[in-house]
Design a binder for this molecule. Structure first.
Ligand code: SF4
Ligand code: SF4
Length: 253
């Protein structure tokens, strides 16, 4: 988990300004890629397994570990660091990140963190996104002179597509706050497969009798046959159904 003492305790917006630059000649280069816990989103996993040319099962087994959140027992996937003194990321080298173009959303945002809250607006409950800074002692980037606002940083780091892909996922995570929402082992297993393990989930949908049990639109069936992103979105539908958040699927009569 993140060391909360390095989180600056202010909520920022996309207009908030800061000075920062990260480059190869900075003395702390790659220091932030060790001794850190990086939570992966379903979209991160799709992008990374594709980059590495392996299946989701292989990726999850080789590069990740799972922890259930304490409140509602939702399973979260983290990047597994090397078991050495500095707990180095498996993708870091002295030259930098070997999967830089496909690095996870949390690595892109760093040294900014992002959160979502539910708030009431005109009698509706809406999601409010906010940002915070992570200021670790070893990070010298804040001493550089390049100026940003959070929006220009997000553009520079290519996070827009990640935010778009993760929006539904974050909504599901916010449901942990619903009183009484607590997963049993069966729901945990389904959540894990439908959100993280796309190749196994695809086999489950097409080979287990699932489509005989649930009514799924024909065009969706065709989309999820090949497309991991569509399958991920379908996984979110299934998760919302099993958590009883929305009636996103219908049983066949
Ligand atoms: S510690 Fe900060 S400045 Fe140094 S490499 Fe990491 S992000 Fe860049
Ligand atoms: S994935 Fe890349 S950027 Fe992220 S911690 Fe690992 S080496 Fe660093």
């Amino acid at each position: 988990m993140m060391n909360m003492s390095v989180v600056s305790p202010f909520k920022h917006t996309s207009e908030s300004r800061f000075r920062f630059r990260c480059h190869k000649d900075i003395p702390c280069f790659t220091r932030c890629c060790s001794n850190i816990d990086i939570m992966l989103t379903p979209y991160d996993i799709i992008v990374m397994k594709k980059r590495l040319g392996i299946t989701s099962e292989e990726f999850l087994a080789q590069y990740t570990y799972v922890e259930a959140d304490q409140k509602a027992l939702y399973p979260f996937v983290f990047l597994r660091m090397h078991n050495d003194d500095i707990r180095a990321c498996p993708f870091v080298t002295p030259e930098g990140c070997t999967i830089y173009e496909d690095r996870p959303a949390n690595c892109r945002y760093y040294p900014i963190g992002q959160g979502t809250l539910k708030k009431s607006l005109n009698d509706n409950i809406v999601d409010e996104e906010f940002y915070f800074f992570v200021k670790e002692e070893h990070c010298k980037g804040f001493e550089e002179s390049a100026e940003w606002d959070i929006e220009s940083w997000r553009k520079d780091q290519g996070v827009n597509i990640y935010d778009e892909m993760n929006r539904e996922w974050k909504r599901i995570l916010l449901s942990r706050g619903i009183p009484g929402q607590r997963m049993d082992e069966k729901k945990q297993a389904m959540f894990y497969m439908a959100c993280y393990d796309m190749d196994r989930f695809r086999r489950f949908v097409f080979e287990s009798g699932f489509l005989e049990k649930f009514e799924v639109e024909g065009f969706v069936v065709e989309q999820i046959r090949e497309d991991d992103i569509e399958l991920m979105n379908f996984g979110f539908r299934l998760v919302k159904y099993i958590l009883m958040l929305e009636e996103t699927l219908k049983l066949r009569t």
